[in-house]
Write a new protein. Structure first.
Length: 135
């Protein structure tokens, strides 16, 4: 058995004893998730799909020495994961959610064309952050 001596206390540790601790520091904290449905949000539902898995994962930021909650969404039957909040986007946790966001009619332009703007994904962000206990 290979022994190492840590500090001046000469405590014996097997070389692999530090592996689990190292992995815990490098890997993200397990995600929390739930399936969300359009029917539960009514007119506040911002997406063009009717349901999916909303997930929040605390991702460690090594330089800052802290974790950020990353909220993602995977449509039911989809397979692609989409980044919902800014942390998920900046950490590259999924594709941009813009592909799934429905457009809302906010009136008309001067030339009579409809003014279509993206629906707010804030209700999904709020729910996702609650999954992490961060909101």
């Amino acid at each position: 058995m290979c022994l190492e001596f840590i500090g001046r206390g000469l405590l014996p540790f097997h070389r692999t004893a530090w592996l689990p601790l190292l992995l815990m520091l490098l890997l993200p904290i397990p995600a929390h998730s739930e399936v969300v449905h359009q029917k539960d949000y009514g007119s506040a539902w911002p997406l063009t799909v009717t349901a999916g898995d909303l997930q929040c994962e605390l991702v460690s930021i090594e330089k800052a020495g802290r974790s950020r909650p990353s909220v993602t969404f995977t449509p039911v039957g989809g397979g692609k994961r989409y980044a919902v909040n800014g942390a998920a986007v900046s950490l590259g946790r999924g594709l941009p959610i813009d592909e799934l966001v429905r457009k809302e009619n906010k009136g008309a332009l001067g030339n009579g064309q409809a003014l279509l703007l993206p629906a707010s994904v804030q209700p999904l962000i709020d729910r996702g952050l609650k999954l992490c206990g961060a909101h």
